[in-house]
Design a protein around this ligand. Structure first.
Ligand SMILES: NC(=O)c1ccc[n+]([C@@H]2O[C@H](COP(=O)([O-])OP(=O)(O)OC[C@H]3O[C@@H](n4cnc5c(N)ncnc54)[C@H](O)[C@@H]3O)[C@@H](O)[C@H]2O)c1
Length: 267
């Protein structure tokens, strides 16, 4: 029988998490640390990255931190060099920073379009390229990017954001095809609606909060740790045959095409 406990164990693994300062990224850093990986926490906000690293250490793990702008190829390159030096290797690379400017296409300025694409899509490209080079050299590694249910289903005002998330899912497939033969896995997560600072403005509007909750088959929003647990799976040897995929963590958001009607009750 396979040693299933060992497949999920990340002891001795080295992880770089970009976006570790908040929300899903912070939870991912904590999850990887709790499962045994040494984590380098990076974020545009260096103080928040430090706080994430401190929390991991306080929980008995090993972590360090630094600041980097995910939208800057130069800064991502320097970050990866720094993380590799500090960790000695990079077995796991997770990137979460993303921006959404919620506007109809007619109202978008070119500068706003460029800003969303520069962080969401080009940022993922920088991260993949820089961490991917290290992993190909090592002949091992797991890369995880942040897509969204908005890669497949949409609402007015999310066209540009959704287009970047769909592009990330295809970038994942293409890059997996290029590096898979070198022992590297490349995947993405696609959450629906998770309680984080990013979604706090939506949460603050009760009617929208409820509508979004009802859009899932669970009838509720998700927690960052529910996404982080899936990221930990993708990072681990338990996902050794998962490559080029976008894993839905959406509580059925994309499985149904309307709010539950109550007809699902069996009694
Ligand atoms: N929260 C959700 O419901 C949800 C749903 C689907 C997809 N997502 C995606 O998940 C990812 C993370 O979302 P979140 O809710 O955890 O967001 P968040 O705002 O809580 O955290 C994002 C983190 O990224 C950092 N960051 C922002 N710009 C950066 C930059 N240029 N360089 C480096 N770091 C930067 C922020 O400082 C912050 O710590 C995003 O890509 C988002 O599109 C979130």
């Amino acid at each position: 029988m396979a040693d299933y406990r060992k497949l999920f164990d990340l002891s001795g693994r080295k992880a770089l998490v970009l976006g570790a300062g908040s929300g899903i990224g912070r939870a991912c850093a904590e999850a990887l640390g709790a499962l045994g990986a040494e984590v380098h926490c990076a974020d545009l906000d260096g103080a928040k990255a430090e706080a994430a690293a401190k929390a991991i250490v306080a929980a008995g793990g090993a972590a360090s931190a630094s600041a980097a702008d995910a939208a800057s190829g130069e800064q991502v390159s320097a970050l990866v060099a720094r993380a590799r030096k500090s960790l000695g290797a990079i077995d796991i690379g997770v990137t979460t920073p993303g921006i959404n400017i919620r506007k109809r296409v007619f109202d978008y300025t070119e500068a706003e379009f460029d800003k969303v694409v520069a962080l969401n899509l080009k940022g993922t490209f920088h991260f993949f390229r820089e961490v991917g080079r290290v992993m190909v050299e090592q002949r091992r590694g797991s890369l995880i990017a942040s897509s969204s249910v908005r890669a497949t289903t949409i609402e007015p005002g999310l066209a540009v954001y959704g287009a970047t998330k769909a592009a990330i899912s295809l970038l994942v497939k293409g890059f997996a095809a290029e590096v898979g033969g070198h022992g590297v896995r490349v995947n993405a997560i696609a959450p629906s609606i998770i309680e984080t600072p990013l979604t706090a403005p939506i949460k603050a509007r009760p009617e929208i909060y409820e509508t979004y909750a009802k859009h899932t088959v669970s009838g509720r929003w998700g927690k960052p740790e529910e996404v982080a647990a899936a990221v930990a799976f993708l990072a681990s040897d338990a996902a050794s045959y998962v490559n080029g995929s976008t894993l839905l963590i959406d509580a059925g958001w994309t499985a149904i095409d309307g709010p539950p009607t109550g007809l699902t009750k069996t009694a």
